[in-house]
Design a binder for this molecule. Structure first.
Ligand code: NAD
Length: 361
């Protein structure tokens, strides 16, 4: 006869063995999934792992279209108990932690930035520790600071950022690595450059200009930039960003020689980007400059980052340079603006509407 203790041990060991030998797909929670990067990430993961295995979450309300692609739950990363419950209810194995307050938004509201980026991350780490989850939480080139070497910035270098965003991301990197070493939490991170995407609006970063400029070019053929003409920063296209993030998420732990990696794709200044837009879109495109507080942030960031380890350890291999990014952004956004222009032209003017219709509005 087995004792109760032996029975519990045998059943849990057998259960664990069954799980580990099965080919069951991991169940993945994405926090902050309604931000600039989240929806592309969720769609990519769902196409790989199945719709039901990827749980999107945020504190914002999803649109009907966003809800229709798979499970969505409300998850405030400041609430440990609700995170814990979601992980238990959905049987989560991996977390992609995208909830954050970005650089410009963090300087506008430092208390919020500290709370979400530090306390929110702490909650996620604790949940990952309690349930033995794999945790991918991106860092940023903003984790570097004014005393960091600006060109070919290596993975390991001086890190003394002077923004709330940068400070909270250095905290995140170090705490993640601490929990990895001390408690075995499978923490992974990559320092993104500015990410350019046509799918969703940027969420309050210092490189947002490199998205806004395409909308302005297509709508007005002119743009006023909040950074100076010559401010060169590292950038990457969303496709490379998401492909690379999934590669790091899936990499065998043995292949990782470090837990936080630089990733770099290309670098350009606002003037260089404007020139490429003139070449591919309209030679009459006009850019002027009205630098604001974001210039001070950008001045502390690298111009280029060295990403040798990411390429070697898990295959980071970006395909989009400046020219390809501009081509893709114009290809994706031009039809949207064209259709909007046609729709507005086909709207009857008030002079053409019958009097009842005019007064009804
Ligand atoms: N977009 C970039 O260029 C860029 C560059 C470097 C690093 N990153 C990093 O990538 C990740 C995703 O960035 P993004 O651009 O999608 O950011 P975003 O600002 O567009 O989205 C962040 C999301 O977090 C959510 N959020 C805020 N407070 C929350 C809370 N208390 N609980 C749960 N969710 C909350 C917001 O509602 C938002 O949908 C972040 O970690 C960011 O630091 C982004």
């Amino acid at each position: 006869m087995f004792s109760l203790h032996q029975f519990k041990h045998l059943t849990s060991a057998g259960f664990a063995r069954r799980l580990s030998t099965s080919t069951r797909s991991p169940r993945i929670l994405v926090t902050g999934s309604l931000g600039q990067l989240g929806s592309t990430m969720v769609n990519t993961l769902r196409s790989k792992y199945g719709q039901e295995n990827v749980i999107a979450s945020d504190i914002k309300k999803p649109t009907l279209a966003q809800r229709s692609t798979g499970p969505f739950v409300y998850a405030d990363v400041l609430n440990y108990r609700s995170l814990d419950q979601i992980v238990v209810d959905y049987g989560i194995d991996w977390v992609v932690h995208f909830s954050a307050i970005l650089s410009a938004a963090g300087e506008r509201n430092p208390a919020l930035g500290l709370n979400v980026n530090i306390n929110g991350f702490q909650n996620i780490l604790e949940v990952a520790k309690a349930h033995k989850l794999r945790l991918l939480s991106p860092s940023t080139m903003g984790a570097f600071g004014p005393s960091t070497p600006k060109d070919d910035t290596p993975d390991l270098t001086i890190m003394r950022p002077n923004t709330i965003y940068g400070i909270s991301k250095v905290h995140m990197e170090l705490l993640g690595e601490y929990y990895c070493e001390k408690y075995g939490v499978d923490f992974r991170s990559l320092r993104y450059p500015g990410i350019i995407s046509a799918d969703s609006p940027p969420g309050g970063g210092t490189t947002d200009y490199a998205v806004d400029i395409f909308h302005a070019a297509l709508e007005h053929n002119r743009y006023t930039c909040f950074l100076k003409a010559e401010t060169r920063l590292p950038m990457a296209f969303i496709d490379d960003c998401i492909t690379g993030t999934v590669q790091l998420l899936e990499a065998p732990a043995e292949s990782l020689t470090q837990r936080t990696y630089n990733v770099h794709a290309c670098a350009f200044s606002p003037e260089e980007l404007a020139q490429e837009i003139r070449r591919q879109h309209s030679k009459d495109f006009v850019i002027d400059y009205a630098p604001d507080f974001r210039q001070d942030i950008a001045d502390t960031w690298p111009r280029t980052m060295a990403d040798v380890a990411a390429r070697k350890d898990w295959g980071w291999n970006p395909l989009f340079g400046t020219s390809e990014i501009v081509r893709s952004m114009l290809d994706k956004l031009a039809p949207v603006y064209k259709n909007a222009a046609i729709a507005s032209q086909s709207q009857p003017t008030s002079a053409e509407l019958p009097p009842a219709a005019v007064t009804a509005n």
